[in-house]
Design a binder for this molecule. Sequence first.
Ligand SMILES: Cc1cc2nc3c(=O)[nH]c(=O)nc-3n(C[C@H](O)[C@H](O)[C@H](O)COP(=O)(O)O)c2cc1C
Length: 85
Amino acid sequence: MRLKHSTGNTKRLAEAMAKELGVEALPLTSPITEPVDILFLGNSYYAFTIDPEVRTFIASLSKDKVGKPDNEDLRAAAEFAASYK
Ligand SMILES: Cc1cc2nc3c(=O)[nH]c(=O)nc-3n(C[C@H](O)[C@H](O)[C@H](O)COP(=O)(O)O)c2cc1C
């Protein structure tokens, strides 16, 4: 993510999460080339809005890449949330 004001907070958070998950944190400029189970999308707010680059990225996700959650997705989301109890 390239922002005029960026302080690197989002990048540091993404890298910390990626390290724990054993995956690589990639910038928005890296295209998604294969199906993913979960996409963590980091974003910061500046002057009450998100970066236009993030908006463009979200808009670029085609319908076949953005599915509706099935029962397994809901179970995994609940398990993830429960880990913070
Ligand atoms: C000039 C400026 C404007 C900001 N505006 C907002 C805002 O409108 N809403 C908000 O929640 N945070 C705002 N923030 C806080 C940033 O979103 C926050 O510091 C974020 O962690 C920056 O992440 P980044 O370094 O990855 O860009 C602002 C920060 C700065 C420096």
